[in-house]
Design a protein around this ligand. Structure first.
Ligand code: DP6
Length: 333
């Protein structure tokens, strides 16, 4: 019989003595993958085909406050100060995540979630959202969980959330066990103060195909996807080496090639998946031009049209003048 998400959370929470508070607030950062998570070996438990590696964006993320609602029957969810429709996909996902902890006895909760980045700003809020919600739940129940356990529970909400438990660089190990107890992220424990991530918001509209559906379609229909695990394995090794020896060119070029390879597998799916807009191509070409002119800058893209660029602090003045609308983030400040 296949395992459910509740089976996994029950295993982690078994035997714990909760000490429930009235209210608890927690924060988790957004993360950008330098080696992408694309494809699942188990869609129920969000177990990935490949390892991935990310950088968290410091103080850009999600803050979630949970407050007990004694006597209420249902959770009440607020996003950026506004109530969320109980039937919406967002609300259902949040409630399903809280349900993983409900056997410990909190009853209904008020959930207030705030994102530091505007919705649609090209930064995945589900990663920081489920990581913050997991931390807030653990805090509300007065539990002490290891980072690995937090990462596993966050992963049950959204795969990339497993990495948002940490600041700085995080490596999500795909694991091999069917129950996924070895599929969690760990911190690389390295700081790189000069590293900068620029976010170029090109489109704010909701994407037609979410990453969950997009990665499933790729796995199911793209023959090119067969080469993806090999690409990811190589890139993880290169990135770890680049981070150890502080080789920015190796870091950036590996991240860019990894993102392009992921998008190639999307395009090779049927029906084809193309997240790029004409403006995305324009920005990529500008990045390549600036690089040819001698600035060390590299691009990465996720399942949407927005482009993120990687550079170091010495290139910041030049990058700001080339991309004037760019939001610059210093992950280690
Ligand atoms: C392209 O974590 O959003 O951003 O596990 O189905 O919730 P689910 O998918 P999600 O996928 C993120 C895909 C990506 C690459 C990455 O962040 O590694």
């Amino acid at each position: 019989m296949s395992l459910t998400r509740t089976d996994i959370s029950a295993r982690i929470l078994a035997g714990r003595q909760p000490d429930i508070a009235d209210s608890f607030e927690a924060y988790a950062p957004v993360n950008i993958a330098l080696c992408k998570y694309w494809g699942k070996r188990n869609a129920v438990l969000n177990l990935p085909v490949n390892d991935s590696l990310s950088i968290s964006l410091g103080n850009k993320g999600t803050t979630t406050r949970l407050t007990r609602l004694p006597g209420a029957e249902k959770d009440k969810v607020f996003l950026n100060g506004k109530p969320v429709d109980g039937e919406s996909a967002f609300c259902r996902k949040v409630v399903a995540h809280i349900d993983l902890f409900r056997p410990l006895g909190s009853g209904a909760l008020r959930v207030e979630t705030r994102n530091d980045v505007a919705t649609g700003a090209g930064l995945a809020s589900s990663a920081s959202g489920f990581a913050a919600l997991t931390k807030a739940l653990v805090g509300l129940y007065g539990l002490t969980l290891s980072n690995e356990e937090l990462s596993i529970i966050a992963r049950l909400g959204s795969g990339s959330a497993s990495r948002s438990i940490y600041s700085g660089f995080a490596h999500w190990h795909r694991g091999v066990r069917p129950d996924g107890m070895d599929s969690f992220a760990s911190s690389l424990d390295v700081i790189w103060p000069e590293l900068r991530v620029g976010v170029l918001t090109l489109a704010e509209s909701e994407k037609p195909t979410g990453s969950r559906e997009g990665m499933q379609r790729t796995v199911d229909s793209a023959i090119l996807y067969n080469s993806w695990p090999e690409q990811a394995d190589r890139d993880i090794r290169r990135l770890e080496h680049a981070i150890t020896v502080r080789d920015f060119t190796l870091l950036g070029s590996t991240a860019e090639q990894n993102a392009m390879a992921m998008h190639a597998t999307m395009l090779a799916s049927w029906p084809p998946l193309l997240y790029w807009q004409p403006e995305s191509v324009e920005v990529l070409q500008k990045v390549w031009q600036v690089r040819q002119d001698g600035v060390q800058v590299f691009a990465t893209m996720d399942a949407g049209p927005n482009v993120k660029v990687l550079f170091e602090s010495n290139s910041e003045p030049e990058m700001r003048s080339v991309f004037q609308s760019m939001d610059v983030i210093a992950p280690f400040s």
